[in-house]
Ligand binder design. Structure first.
Ligand SMILES: Cc1cc2nc3c(=O)[nH]c(=O)nc-3n(C[C@H](O)[C@H](O)[C@H](O)COP(=O)(O)O)c2cc1C
Length: 180
């Protein structure tokens, strides 16, 4: 099963990227997971939506090729980071590879809120007509990592057992959804 993973943070030491790396390594064999970078995508321009820059075409074709998409998002000012929204705006116009695509949302934040507001907004965005993704329901995918700086070690390994259990449960539910 081929899964495209997108981190909503482009920061080098991003906890959200660490979470994706953790899932990639732990579920190797079950998922063929690639982390797709969105940091070089230009800002969305509606005038170019039907004939976007080459890098955007490549990104959209990549996403189309995957069976499913995993998004790990931080929360910026109570919502999703602009860089993530920008990538979704490109995916929502012209060729629309997200329609019907199975998606799972996870997130890590250094605060006590664990990206709850960002994840709720992301669900709403992914249900817009141009995206219309098939998002794994919250009850099956609740990975809201609070105080992320205490849950990963200096090598980026997830060290918190309860968090790892929640991640494992959610990822197994996602696997079931995509293969079912
Ligand atoms: C511009 C900005 C706004 C932020 N707003 C929020 C917020 O609304 N809620 C929250 O929990 N954390 C907020 N944070 C803190 C992030 O959760 C924290 O920086 C997190 O580590 C970012 O994810 P990353 O480690 O994947 O880069 C904000 C950080 C930045 C830079």
């Amino acid at each position: 099963m081929k899964v495209a993973a997108i981190a909503g943070s482009i920061r080098e030491d991003s906890y959200n990227n660490m979470l994706l790396e953790n899932i990639k390594e732990r579920f190797n064999g079950k998922f063929d997971l690639d982390i797709i970078k969105i940091d070089k995508l230009p800002l969305f321009n509606q005038a170019e939506e039907l004939d976007p820059p080459e890098i955007v075409k490549t990104f959209k074709n990549q996403i189309a090729d995957y069976d499913a998409v995993l998004i790990s998002t931080p929360e910026y000012n109570w919502s999703v980071p602009g860089v993530l929204k920008n990538s979704l705006d490109w995916l929502s116009r012209g060729e629309r590879p997200m329609i019907g695509k199975p998606v799972m949302i996870v997130g890590a934040s250094i605060s006590l809120m664990g990206t709850i507001r960002a994840q709720m907004d992301l669900r709403r965005i992914l249900s817009a007509p141009g995206l219309s993704a098939r998002v794994l329901e919250p009850a099956k995918s609740e990975v809201l990592i609070t105080q992320a700086h205490e849950k990963f070690d200096e090598n980026g390994k997830l060290t918190d057992e309860a968090t790892q259990d929640a991640v494992d449960r959610a990822v197994n539910n996602f696997h079931e959804m995509v293969s079912g």
